[in-house]
Design a protein around this ligand. Sequence first.
Ligand code: PLP
Length: 492
Amino acid sequence: MAEDPLSHPALDKAAGEEFLREAFQIILEEAVRKGTDVTEKVCDWRKPQDLQEILDLELRSSGEPQQRVLEHCRDVIRYSVKTCHPRFFNQLFSGLDPHALVGRMITETLNTSQYTYEIAPVFVLMEEVVLKKLRELIGWGSGDGIFCPGGSLSNIYAMNVARYQRFPDSKQTGIWALPRLAVFTSQECHYSVQKGAAFLGIGTDNIYLVGVDERGKMIPADLEKQINKAKSEGACPFFVNATCGTTVLGAFDPLADVADVCERHGAWFHVDAAWGGSALLSRRHRHLLRGIERADSVAWNPHKMLMTGLQCSAFLLRDSSGLLQRCHGANATYLFQTDKFYDVAYDTGDKTIQCGRKVDCLKLWLMWKANGTEGLEKRVDRAFEFTRYLAEEIKKREGFQLVIEPEFINLCFWFVPHSLRGKEGCADYWERLGKVAPAIKERMMKKGSMMVGYQPLGSKVNFFRQVVTNPVVTKQDLDFFLDEIERLGTDL
Ligand SMILES: Cc1ncc(COP(=O)(O)O)c(C=O)c1O
């Protein structure tokens, strides 16, 4: 009689373990060791058509042998950008913390969802400890919060909770029953504010952009003016977003003054500290966020400056009355049964709009355990020191020009090639200068020597934005960075 296939496992556990062992070796060798090796490329750049051919992406009806699958693993790593490389300065995240990485691996291996104590007992307790630690750094003795899939979502949560707090009925009645709601944010804010207004049915036309000073900081007097304007137009000013560490310039809005304006007008005060929040860990630099304790909510991304790995974004609330739960709760009886055998207050998942939610706390917790608050503080301070070092080097070098003196760790500068030096008076100077950064970027990508971002901003033509968050970066890497820009751009 033929054996019943259902009475045996359909996965070969021994072969799976062997595959894992070999795959881990490849990860260690190709992604970790080579990925952080300064003599290796940051990226092996290929055109999409060429890469498509190299990668053999097609999915077929029959499986491939293990060795071939391992080759795919190697190729995936080889042609991906090494964001942990000491010369990757392209994003607001970079680097590789081994403890955080192990946290990510454990998270992936255990493959659970953060919603209930039943399915994630360790992580429910851990998330609360980590969020509490972050709240304490803000200056709150109590409060609430949740890890969200990214800072954009944290900002959108803030907007939703603010609306619910002001108009609790809107959860049932929807936007029909509401007045025209108005959102206030500076023109330097992250684009997620715009996305949030669109997503939540508030409408991007109802965002009032507040003016900024020459350093990119919100002008509180203009905030007040915009609020009064909105009121005179019949709108209801319900939400103010201030930014700590704007995406491009790294500006910190004056929180205490913004808080005063919010108080006067009864508006929810949200602080988008997705980028700059980690400065709270530094006794030397936390003054940049003075007044953050007066916020109603804060978005803070440890995956950016603290290197926990994507994604790790905390949405934190000063409220401890259960507002988050009331705002988002749906009380699904198949998940959040009220007659469980343990205290169901530990089933925190109904505070979010998600059902399944990835565990984002372990990587931060493990990294924090390994480094201590002092170790993290040193990293933050080191990032500031490097920015200062680079800013001073830029001032010494011919052809380099700061866009503004850095306050945070965003170093914004132009490189002016020989052909443009001394030609500031020419009619086409700025137009030509705006073409320099993209041309240098193309060359560095094709060479694979480093990566740094560029963008225009308002009337300012394309400039580089350099950011160092990776503690393996040394002064030598930064000297190389400036030399390389000069090498790549000198003939332009
Ligand atoms: C100031 C600011 N807020 C929010 C975000 C969005 O964060 P995320 O990419 O995690 O959605 C960013 C991203 O760069 C940012 O710079």
